[in-house]
Design a protein around this ligand. Structure first.
Ligand SMILES: [Zn+2]
Ligand SMILES: [Zn+2]
Length: 268
């Protein structure tokens, strides 16, 4: 369990797309390397019905270590049909998916019409309220509408996380005030990253780390297929920005992830 600087490392990867075809050939080895690197668990994101089905199977094969989620990504909101998709998501949640998502709003790429994105996001927040799960939220260039839906979620007693967060300080503060968590990915290790202040703004008990693999590999692996075992690089960067011990921060962010998702961990 060595971190990049040779010290022990402990973490939970709060957001990995292990259901992605990029991992179809060696998913088991990727999970094995994560354990070796000090991962206590991996949250495997189901960002479509198909991905969530694969994520559920992966969780079943790795009990107490891989945990699945179920949701519809904002990029795919145009093809979301509540009457068809919500029952499928509900079934996956009833069978053990730990969160609804990822869902949210992406007005940067606008791959789906904005109204369809809002409708799909709101429907998933309602499902989270009904099934008493947190939501995993992707938000990009959609601050006002994200704020409004976090407000609705808060009123419905739904908590969640803003994942792979790179947005404004004020939206982060708004989410934290609503009881939410903020998760950082390998983006914070990139040369172009300039907002260490954001890394310091999140209270330690609301902070998560993630790979968002297979995307966004941290430095020094930038451009490669990302995998959960490299989360230690992101964790080290966040710890350095905050001036705290990465081992302690790894433990704290792991227990935050456990608490948010209600994970029942199994020692490997
Ligand atoms: Zn995302
Ligand atoms: Zn994602």
């Amino acid at each position: 369990m060595a971190s990049p600087d040779g010290r022990a490392s402990v973490f939970i990867d709060s957001h990995a797309h292990l259901a992605d075809p990029a991992f179809a050939g060696d998913r088991g080895e990727v999970i094995g390397r994560a354990r070796q690197a000090g991962a206590l668990a991996i949250v495997c994101i189901g960002e479509s019905i198909d991905a969530a089905t694969i994520a559920a199977a992966c969780a079943a094969e790795n009990p107490g270590f891989v945990f699945a989620t179920a949701g519809i990504h904002p990029h795919d909101a145009a093809t979301f049909e509540a009457t068809r998709d919500i029952p499928k998501l509900r079934e996956l949640l009833e069978r053990g998916a730990v969160a609804v998502g990822e869902c949210g709003l992406d007005y940067h790429y606008d791959n789906s019409p904005r109204q369809a994105q809002r409708d799909a996001f709101s429907a998933q927040v309602e499902l989270a309220a009904e099934t008493r799960r947190p939501v995993i939220v992707h938000t990009r260039d959609a601050e006002d509408d994200t704020r409004a839906i976090i407000g609705d979620a808060r009123a419905a007693g739904v908590g969640g996380v803003l994942h792979c967060y790179t947005g404004t300080h004020s939206l982060a503060a708004f989410a934290i005030d609503a009881g939410w968590y903020i998760s950082f990915s390998g983006i914070v290790t990139f040369k172009k990253w300039t907002d260490d202040e954001l890394l310091r703004l999140v209270p330690e008990d609301r902070l998560l780390v993630e790979s968002d693999s297979p995307y966004l590999a941290p430095v020094p692996f930038r451009g490669k297929r990302n995998e959960p075992s490299w989360v230690a690089h992101t964790l080290n960067k966040v710890a350095a920005a905050r001036g705290v011990d990465p081992l302690r921060l790894g433990r704290t962010t792991a227990s935050n992830t456990e608490r948010l998702f209600g994970l029942a961990l199994h020692a490997a």
